[in-house]
Design a protein around this ligand. Structure first.
Ligand SMILES: Nc1nc2c(c(=O)[nH]1)N[C@H]1C(S)=C(S)[C@@H](COP(=O)(O)O)O[C@H]1N2
Ligand SMILES: [Mo]
Length: 161
């Protein structure tokens, strides 16, 4: 234990955490360590284009977004594809950058896109900065949200015609 006036080298840096909330039976707060320990890890080698910096090549490891969100039990009828297809995911980064996905993009009966919540990038763990969204099917990098703070899940709420 550190004595008074003896700063600890590790205790002052809190692990980044993301809030998984919305229309869910089991909302959760998840650290990168949780994302690594509780779900199987996939590996992805990706290239995406950035308008500012040109093509970027990276490797990522992490669980499937679908598996993490499914365990939070979205408030749809899981047996009905048409009910699942109403849902959206709104992902926020540490600087406020946001993007939207549809549930159907990650659902195995629809686009089945292997979108990840990365726990490591280029072999380096993301525990301090936070998870990064990995969208291998995207040609550009705008949805590769870094330092994720929140994933909101819920039904599309356009007003009825
Ligand atoms: N939080 C956050 N994530 C972000 C962005 C951002 O502005 N904020 N920019 C996106 C864009 S446009 C690209 S191309 C990729 C890679 O950007 P980088 O090379 O600046 O990391 O990150 C994406 N993720
Ligand atoms: Mo970009």
């Amino acid at each position: 234990m550190s004595g008074i006036g003896t700063p600890s080298r590790t205790a002052s840096i809190p692990a980044a955490c993301l809030r998984l909330d919305g229309e869910l039976a089991r909302p959760a707060s998840l650290t990168v360590a949780d994302l690594r320990a509780r779900w199987g890890q996939r590996h992805a080698e990706v290239v995406f284009d950035c308008a500012k910096n040109g093509p970027q090549r990276h490797t990522f490891d992490g669980p499937l977004l679908r598996e993490v969100v499914a365990d939070a039990r979205p408030a749809f009828d899981a047996a009905r594809r048409k009910d699942r297809s109403r849902f959206l995911l709104d992902v926020t980064g540490g600087d406020g950058h946001r993007t939207v996905l549809s549930w159907a993009e990650i659902d195995a009966d629809f686009a089945d896109s292997p979108i990840l919540l990365a726990t490591a990038m280029d072999g380096r763990d993301l525990d301090l900065t936070g998870s990064q969204l990995v969208v291998p099917s995207d040609r550009c990098g705008a949805r590769y949200i870094s330092a994720i703070t929140r994933v909101w899940v819920g039904a599309c709420a356009f007003p009825a015609p």
